[in-house]
Design a binder for this molecule. Sequence first.
Ligand SMILES: *[C@@H]1O[C@H](CO)[C@@H](O)[C@H](O)[C@H]1NC(C)=O
Ligand SMILES: *[C@@H]1O[C@H](CO)[C@@H](O)[C@H](O)[C@H]1NC(C)=O
Ligand SMILES: *[C@@H]1O[C@H](CO)[C@@H](O)[C@H](O)[C@H]1NC(C)=O
Ligand SMILES: *[C@@H]1O[C@H](CO)[C@@H](O)[C@H](O)[C@H]1NC(C)=O
Length: 186
Amino acid sequence: MSNKGLKICLVLFLFLLVIVSVGMVTLFLTVFKPKDPNIMVQPVGLEHFNLSLLTNLTANVSLPMVITMVNPNFGSFEYPEAMGYVNFHGGIVGEVPIQGEFVPAREQIVVDAWANLMLQKVVTDTRFWADVLSGSLNFTSTAALPGKVEMLKILKLKATVYSTCDFSIDLTSRNVDSKCSAKIKL
Ligand SMILES: *[C@@H]1O[C@H](CO)[C@@H](O)[C@H](O)[C@H]1NC(C)=O
Ligand SMILES: *[C@@H]1O[C@H](CO)[C@@H](O)[C@H](O)[C@H]1NC(C)=O
Ligand SMILES: *[C@@H]1O[C@H](CO)[C@@H](O)[C@H](O)[C@H]1NC(C)=O
Ligand SMILES: *[C@@H]1O[C@H](CO)[C@@H](O)[C@H](O)[C@H]1NC(C)=O
């Protein structure tokens, strides 16, 4: 083949490659449009929580929780370690270190985490005692997990999962109601 023919071949090949890649990304974004993951966060063992811990307000209290993450997508999602935050009436009162994980396509993972609450910040909020009298304490937690989505081992896209959970602790029964919502953004 002549040099010129080779060049035309190469250009055609690159052109095809671009068409195929664009096609795949379009397919991914339309047919396989990423669905929002489903995240559930449940504090555990609150009924055994040792109330004597509350007498030392300068201490941090760690509450164990179980996080379930369901990935409804055809792509896997992988994220490095991140930090979640606990809010009480809009102020940050705690942190939740989150380990990095790999969530396979169309599967769910269950991970343990600890919420480290700064008691002093909760108790010094003027609305704390009013809430205690009303019988429930409400917290919100937020986390952003920047990571990457991978499909068929070839297509890699950056994506971030944003999750927000509302917790309502019933102080008499120590029952915790939690509702989470999560969004994935490419
Ligand atoms: C609660 O903690 C205190 C002090 O750390 C301890 O003496 C007590 O036995 C604990 N109670 C329970 C039920 O774990
Ligand atoms: C309260 O907690 C802090 C930090 O954990 C600790 O240094 C301090 O000794 C504790 N005080 C009491 C009275 O237990
Ligand atoms: C409580 O946690 C905060 C934030 O994680 C940290 O800055 C602080 O030093 C901790 N305090 C104690 C007594 O461990
Ligand atoms: C906490 O949330 C629950 C349910 O959303 C609500 O019924 C309750 O009044 C709230 N409590 C406070 C103290 O805001």
